[in-house]
Write a protein that binds this ligand. Sequence first.
Ligand code: HEC
Length: 116
Amino acid sequence: MARCIACHQADGGGIPVICPPLANSPRMAGPSDDLIRILLLGMKGAIVRNGSTFNGIMPSWRFDLTDGQIADVINDLYARWSPGAPPVTGEMVRRIRDETATQKLFPTEKDLRLSE
Ligand code: HEC
């Protein structure tokens, strides 16, 4: 989480205009595959959360974090903001790492075609 708080803040509240909140993000209740994809690829482009538009760049963690570390980060997000969500495993991350191996980094929300 040390890597996330600079932007998303310790309370998950984000930074106005630049960085969206993680607390109350619709992602917390959505499929974990979407969160895994965002962490592996990063994302950019305007998104609307809680009625505000955010337009920044989310780094890709593909080259910095192992499958197990990405799973740990997501499980930590769940513990804070989506208690009871089924845990993510390193295996799940590895499958999506392979699937996204040739995808461009920093897709927009539309490119990610995230399920909502
Ligand atoms: C350099 C700043 C920065 C860092 C560090 C960062 N993020 Fe982000 N994150 C962003 C920005 C900016 C966006 C929104 C991108 C956009 O506007 O398309 C975002 C989006 C997200 C989203 C999607 C939120 C939504 O509602 O769709 C998740 C989940 C997320 N980040 C998790 C993390 C996690 C977990 C970490 C730590 C491993 C992290 N971020 C580190 C800047 C950052």
